[in-house]
Each structure stands twice: as structure tokens, then as C-alpha cells.
Design a protein around this ligand. Structure first.
Ligand code: SF4
Length: 358
């Protein structure tokens, strides 16, 4: 469990053109309210099961390491009693790549059990970074990751899809950048335009057109699949929806279940890749056997993936794509992340292919 403490724009040396932490983050928590905030979360949390990791407190929405050292330790001192009582396992922070001081972070690690640092890289294209007013370079990102690795902190990297001034090869550029640095996990969001940002003016002045939802899903799905194929986990896809986000949204590919749409699109791509390798037109019937946990992802919203398969990989003998949910027995005895595609040809027994989720 993560107990998030939002400090919107705390310590930020600049205001990036796309960023409105008051909208995309959560309600700000003042230092004096942290103890109550953590205690309330712990009280409502389910009882810790033996062996499961302890909750961590995460300071998000800020350039935490650019806050004054006094303010940083004020926040962290509020967490310390929970750590000492064994109720909280450690601390996470988010910060910028140009605000990494190894000696200070080592101190935070030793004193407050800092475990994870999440870095906003956003893009590996210097033109994009400049256009969004980030005020740091790609080299800053590379150096930050190296420093964090040297002191053995877990590293999360944030990326944006659909930024202003992106070129056609930016997804590959970003993918190559992440693969080279190998953070421990990645968060990917499609760029949304909120009303109280400089980017909103760009949209008004027709200097920037955000992605439509379909392009955002398609591009994010390709990126996530490539990262996971390289064993870099993607912990979050799309911003966490909240009560104010929709009101403050001006433009962009917003969907409250964006991550689920992306996961579903990845399955579509994977099924299509498998079908391209088969003598599919000769098949009588194709049955997808899906572990219960994956049913909605594989089907897609309103069955869109199955319709898409029917439209794009037609079975000429009048056959159909059938869906079968694998039962409880299978669920218990096998990996839940394996989907089976059973292909029945007119002659001979049906053939079975296994498709693994990453
Ligand atoms: S993106 Fe990060 S550095 Fe930029 S304004 Fe937002 S919180 Fe601050």
C-alpha cells in the first residue's frame, strides 16, 4: 500500500507548460496534517497479511529534493514514528532529474528509509523538453539515474506521450532512452491539457493539437508492450482520475479507464500477431480460453477486440471467434496470465497456442 502525500508544485524551480498538480495530483497535505493523514490511512487499511510489504509513504506532486532541507525533514520527521513502530516500511519521493544530490539522498535513505525516487523524464527529445519549459536536459536524466543506481535506490521514470514538438520517431527515441537507462519501473501518461496551464494557451492559439484518444491508446500500447517485453514494468498507465480532473480538462485524450484500454489494445496486438502466423482463413473456429482475471481486457470494451478480430481476420468457412473463460481449476493450477487460442481446422484435431501476458 502507498500512502500518498501531495505537495503540489512544492520546490519546483519552474512551472512546466503542461503541469497542474492541483488537478492531476491530489489534495495537498500540510506538514502539520501528515501524522493524522497517515494514521487515517493505516486505520482503514486491511490488516497486513504475514510477509506482505509494509505500507510506504510517498511524497508526490513536487520536486521534493528542491524543497528546503528543513521542510524536507519536517515532512519526513512526521513519518519517522510510524517507521519506528513498524507500521510504515519506508518513504518514496518524486523529483526532477536536475535535483539529485547523492549525499543528501543517501542521508534520507539511512535516516528515513527512503526506498524509491520517481523522476520526471517526460521525453528524451531535447526539443520537446525545451518546448514544455522543463528546464533540464536529457543528460540530466541520464546522470540522475546513474547517481540513484550508485546508491541503490529504486528508480521510477515518468514518460509522456503526445507532447508538443514531438517528431514521428519520438516513441522509439523514448523507448531507446528508457531501455538504455533501465529504471526499475515506468509510469506513462498521455499528455492532457488542463485549463490553468501554459499549454492551454497553446491549444487556444492553435500552436498545439493534443492526441486523440485512439492515437494515444495505440501509441501507449506499443510503448508499454515494448517496455514489458524488455522486463521493465509499467506501474501506471494514464493519470489517476479524480473529482476535479474532468472539470479542469481543456483538451486531450482523457479516459477514466485509460490504462485498461491500453492493456486491452496490447492483447489485440498480441492476438493479431499470433493469427498472422496461422492458416487462419482455413480454420473452422477459433476459441480463446481466457483466465477470469483477463476476460475484460482481452474482450475489450463492448467486445471491441473480438469484433476487430472478426473484421480483420475473417474465417472464410463461416467460422466464429468463440470466447471461453477458463475455470477456477485452471485458475488455481496454472499461471493466470496465459491465454489459450484453440484453432479448429476442418481436418484433424484442434491446435492450441499459448499466449503469455508479460
Ligand atoms: S512537471 Fe514536475 S517539475 Fe514540472 S511543474 Fe510539475 S511537478 Fe513541477
Amino acid at each position: 500500500m502507498i500512502i500518498s502525500v501531495f505537495i503540489p508544485h512544492g520546490g519546483c524551480p519552474v512551472r512546466c507548460s503542461f503541469c497542474d498538480q492541483k488537478t492531476s495530483g491530489g489534495v495537498a497535505v500540510a506538514p502539520a496534517a501528515i501524522t493524522k493523514h497517515i494514521a487515517a490511512h493505516l486505520a482503514t487499511a486491511e490488516k497486513q497479511t504475514l510477509g506482505s510489504p509494509l505500507p510506504e509513504v510517498a511524497f508526490y506532486g513536487a520536486t521534493f529534493t528542491a524543497l528546503s532541507t528543513t521542510l524536507q525533514t519536517t515532512y519526513l520527521d512526521a513519518v519517522l514514528p510510524f517507521i519506528e513502530k513498524g507500521e510504515v516500511g519506508g518513504v518514496r519521493i518524486s523529483t526532477r532529474p536536475d535535483a539529485i544530490d547523492s549525499a543528501w539522498l543517501l542521508f534520507l535513505k539511512q535516516r528515513y528509509r527512503l526506498s524509491t525516487v520517481e523522476i520526471g523524464a517526460q521525453s528524451f527529445n531535447p526539443i520537446v523538453l525545451q518546448r514544455m519549459g522543463r528546464g533540464h536536459s536529457v543528460t540530466d536524466v541520464e546522470e540522475a539515474i546513474k547517481k540513484l543506481k550508485d546508491i541503490s535506490l529504486t528508480i521510477g521514470l515518468h514518460l509522456l506521450v503526445g507532447c508538443p514538438s514531438e517528431g514521428p520517431t519520438d516513441d522509439q527515441l523514448n523507448l531507446d532512452g528508457v531501455l538504455k537507462l533501465r529504471p526499475d519501473f515506468v509510469r506513462i501518461h498521455p499528455l492532457l491539457v488542463f485549463k490553468k496551464t501554459a499549454l492551454a494557451d497553446d491549444v487556444m492559439n492553435q500552436n498545439f493539437v493534443p492526441l486523440d484518444l485512439e492515437s494515444a491508446i495505440e501509441r501507449t500500447a506499443r510503448l508499454v508492450a515494448a517496455l514489458e517485453a524488455a522486463h521493465i514494468p509499467v506501474f501506471r498507465i494514464g493519470l489517476q482520475p479524480n473529482e476535479v480532473m474532468k472539470d479542469e480538462l481543456m483538451a486531450g485524450p482523457y479516459h477514466p479507464a485509460f490504462g485498461e484500454l491500453v492493456r486491452s489494445r496490447i492483447w489485440r496486438h498480441r492476438l493479431a500477431d499470433q493469427l498472422k502466423q496461422e492458416r487462419i482463413r482455413e480454420a473452422l473456429e477459433i476459441t480463446l480460453e481466457i483466465p477470469p482475471r483477463l476476460v475484460s481486457q482481452v474482450r475489450g470494451q463492448k467486445n471491441c477486440n473480438i469484433q476487430w478480430l472478426n473484421n480483420n481476420f475473417q474465417l472464410t468457412l463461416g467460422g466464429q471467434y468463440m470466447i471461453k473463460t477458463l475455470g477456477h481449476e485452471y485458475h488455481q493450477s496454472n499461471s493466470t496470465d496465459v491465454l489459450q487460442m484453440r484453432i479448429r481446422y476442418p481436418a484433424g484435431p484442434s491446435e492450441c497456442r499459448q499466449i503469455h501476458a508479460f
